[in-house]
Ligand binder design. Structure first.
Ligand SMILES: Nc1ncnc2c1ncn2[C@@H]1O[C@H](COP(=O)(O)OP(=O)(O)O)[C@@H](O)[C@H]1O
Ligand SMILES: O=C(OP(=O)(O)O)[C@H](O)COP(=O)(O)O
Length: 395
């Protein structure tokens, strides 16, 4: 992959695809890790005299303009971190964007509004996506891919725009790939993978491939309930991928045949509502009341998971064990984070929310071997498939 040192960017308009998908609460950024991770590449381009046009997505607004998904607060924080003004365009490829970009001098930075306000960004229709990619590419003369957390998405800004402009990988992508490569080549065993979070349908699929790679697979977070249901247990109102039950049964059967250890929670924190102040109790994992939803793994499961991480040499973790944003449901995530640290293994934590969790729960980032900005992206990278956003940069 070419890097930004291989590009002539002085005085040129450079479109940087970053991953600035940060958690927000009441319009306030609760963890700015992904913004900080994007700063070095932007700073390097400024120093080279580029006119830097940053583009990114926030959440999943599905092609509609929704003010709660505006990148405006991110522009402010990015400016603070860069120590420079960041001009915010109130649209993606419209009049505001064109005006803001035209007004940039070398070394200056602009941020476009949320890419996913445009249906073309995520469209599965090549024509629609291509038409949007044309408009986005027209804003710039050079493209730099640096949004590692989104490289698994075949989206216009990730996959189609680099095919239209001279391109290179930014420093964040280079670093992420360097570290994750180690987990695909010479992984030290026992190798454990911990999966949780809420993007269940996205991430269940990677287990297929992990069965041939990991020695232990620990399941927490919103992933749990599809497994418990597949084993015949009641999961109440918990997150469930009802159409994946056969797939999950197949995983459990194949894991047994292959000698891969599946570790599922033995207890669950079950609440009456998705709220911090809802009534909640620890219940056995096979006895979740029909009117409750599981929002964390229970204390016995926290201990069990930590014990199964002890003695491992490599751990990859994506997805919080519970709704860590609410204190009553944060203990499982805390136990697993501590379990990783205590294992003494080579530990990689991946994912926007997983990385935010370890920081907001007060863990020292340096206690982990690597904190990746990508969850789904790193999981798919570990599968060994070529990711659209990396392939586009290699071509
Ligand atoms: N049992 C659960 N039910 C609903 N949501 C959950 C549950 N456990 C974890 N979550 C949520 O999962 C989210 C993170 O999931 P995900 O995006 O897949 O992780 P990452 O960003 O680390 O890849 C968090 O916001 C957390 O609140
Ligand atoms: O948050 C992200 O991924 P992650 O939750 O897997 O870390 C990325 O910004 C990608 O977002 P998407 O999963 O909505 O495409």
């Amino acid at each position: 992959m070419r890097t930004i040192d291989d590009l002539d960017v002085a005085g040129k308009r450079v479109l940087v695809r970053a991953d600035l998908n940060v958690p927000l609460q009441d319009g306030k950024i609760t963890d700015d890790g992904r913004i900080r991770a994007s700063v070095p590449t932007i700073q390097a381009l400024r120093e080279k005299g580029a006119k830097v046009v940053v583009c990114a997505h926030l959440g999943r607004p599905k092609g509609e303009v929704k003010s709660e998904y505006s990148l405006a607060p991110v522009a402010v924080r990015l400016g603070e971190l860069l120590g420079a003004d960041v001009t915010f365009a109130t649209d993606v490829v419209g009049e505001s964007a064109r005006g803001v970009v035209a007004g940039l001098d070398g070394g200056q930075v602009a941020l476009l509004e949320n890419l996913r306000f445009e249906a073309g960004e995520t469209s599965k229709d090549d024509g629609e996506r291509g038409a949007f990619a044309d408009r986005l590419a027209a804003l710039a003369e050079v493209y730099v891919g640096d949004g590692f957390g989104a490289v698994h998405r075949e989206h216009a800004s990730v996959y189609d725009v680099p095919r239209r402009l001279p391109h290179a990988a930014g420093g964040l992508i280079v670093t992420e790939v360097e570290v994750l490569k180690k987990l695909t080549e010479d992984v030290e065993r026992p190798y454990a993978v911990v999966l949780g979070g809420s993007k269940v349908s996205d991430k269940l699929g990677v287990i297929d491939n992990l069965l041939g790679k990991a020695d232990r697979i620990l399941i927490g977070g919103g992933m749990v309930f599809t497994f418990l249901k597949a084993q015949g247990h009641e999961v109440g109102q918990s997150l469930l991928e009802a159409d994946q039950l056969d797939t999950v049964r197949d995983y459990l059967r194949r894991a047994e045949e292959a000698g891969v250890e599946f570790v599922l929670p033995v207890d669950i924190v079950a609440a009456t509502a998705f709220a911090a102040d809802a009534d909640h109790d620890v219940v056995a994992a096979d006895a979740i009341p029909a009117d409750r939803l599981g929002l964390d793994i229970g204390p016995e499961s926290g201990k069990l998971f930590a014990s199964r991480l002890a003695g491992t040499k490599t751990v990859f973790w994506n997805g919080p064990m519970g709704v860590f944003e609410m204190e009553p449901y944060s203990h499982g995530t805390r136990a697993v984070a501590q379990g990783l640290i205590d294992s003494g293994a080579f530990t990689v934590v991946g994912g926007g929310d997983s990385a935010a969790a370890v920081r907001t729960l007060g863990f020292d980032e340096n206690a982990f071997s690597h904190i990746s900005t990508g969850g789904g992206a790193s999981l798919e990278y570990l599968e060994g498939t070529t990711l659209p956003g990396l392939q586009a940069l290699e071509d």
